[in-house]
Design a protein around this ligand. Structure first.
Ligand SMILES: *Cc1c(COP(=O)(O)O)cnc(C)c1O
Length: 353
């Protein structure tokens, strides 16, 4: 959209803001909905990718953060804090910088954060503290601190985060001119599935769409508390953004699943990596591993003929974060380039000409 001014500006009537709210924006939102011909051929219904890696800091977290940081400023906060598997901290750090006045403190699980995300939080001058524990423990600490000190929590249990993130489904409906039949999404702390479902319901309630999608949530097999029905003490997966054993929005995710007639399933790391490589090589969309969980999920369901009677349906997969976030995983999954002399003959020979 020409002259896009950010999602608070565009969707103001659906968001808890007033003229007094100081809007902190990096012009997030308005991300493309890319048709994947490859996945459409494989699955049956048309498959669209909501490419959230194209937000300002490279993930959908910016949708929630423009709201959370604007509201923190409006409320007079001086400091914000979050626990993060990486993208929340990158986003909180950038929006705090743009605010010109908020100090940002982030707690990350030591050793389990992708390189690009760590670089972002640091270069935006957040105070980054690595704790000897996992994400769930980091979040418990942050809750404890923000409950007792004048510090604003900007994790997705902050209701303004959900409000901002629900605009993802507004954009999908605006683009498709209705809600799709299915919406697939990775599930970590479960804020985003909660937000999308809220957005779809609100749009239908005011008549901007005529139907609701079935919500298809996907957790990593080693971090699948909602699928298993119990907390996972030591979640493990290469998809670090969804390496969460006790999701904060657990109940809301179950509500989205049940109200929509959808499901929450798990996908293995191998399935995630397959989908990750497939997206990059056959659709030209480079995402981080967690994002590929939504695509791995629909591929798994299609193998079980889940979409057999829905050939004319549309599936939207939220692909949550950019592939450049986690360069180490990408490098590990490709063969290294050959090294040749700077000589035309050897180059021609190598490329078969
Ligand atoms: C945060 C995040 C998720 C998980 O979203 P939740 O709202 O925690 O369920 C998935 N993928 C990426 C890239 C993320 O940054």
């Amino acid at each position: 959209m020409v002259n896009w001014k950010g999602l608070i500006h565009y969707y103001r009537e659906f968001l808890p803001v007033t003229e007094k709210t100081p809007v902190v924006t990096l012009l997030e939102g308005n991300t493309p909905l890319v048709l994947s011909q490859d996945l459409t051929n494989a699955v049956g219904p048309k498959v669209y990718l909501k490419y959230e890696g194209l937000n300002p800091t490279g993930s959908f977290k910016d949708r929630g953060m423009t709201m959370a940081i604007s509201k923190a400023l409006e409320g007079g906060s001086k400091m914000v804090m979050c626990a993060s598997t990486g993208n929340t901290s990158a986003s909180a750090a950038a929006y705090s910088a743009q605010s010109g006045q908020l100090k940002c403190v982030v707690l990350i699980p030591e050793g389990n954060i992708a390189l690009g995300k760590l670089a972002q939080a640091m270069i935006h001058q957040a105070q980054v503290i690595a704790i000897k524990g996992n994400f769930d423990e980091a979040l418990t600490l942050v809750k404890d601190i923000t409950d007792h000190y004048p510090v604003e929590l900007v994790n997705s249990i902050n209701p303004y985060r959900i409000e901002g993130q629900k605009t993802g489904s507004f954009e999908v409906c605006d683009y498709l001119e209705d809600a799709p039949e299915f919406h697939a999404i990775p599930v970590g702390n479960a804020g985003n599935i909660t937000a999308y479902w809220k957005g779809y319901k609100e749009y239908k309630d005011i008549g901007r769409s005529t139907q609701l999608p079935k919500m298809l949530g996907f957790q990593a097999a080693g971090a699948a508390p909602i699928v298993l029905g119990h907390v996972v003490e030591s979640p493990e997966t290469i998809a670090t953004a969804i390496r969460i054993g006790n999701p904060a929005s657990w109940k809301m995710a179950e509500a989205a699943r049940d109200e929509s007639g959808g499901l929450i399933d798990s996908v293995t790391d191998d399935e995630i990596l397959e989908a990750y490589k497939r997206l990059a090589s056959k659709t030209g969309v480079f995402v981080e591993p967690a994002s590929a969980a939504s695509v791995a999920g629909i591929l798994k369901l299609s193998q079980k003929d889940y979409f057999a009677n829905h050939k004319n349906a549309r599936i939207v997969c939220t692909v949550t974060g950019h592939g450049l976030k986690d360069p180490n995983i990408a490098i590990k999954n490709v063969t290294k380039p050959v090294i040749l002399d700077a000589d035309i003959k050897s180059v021609l020979k190598e490329i078969g000409l």
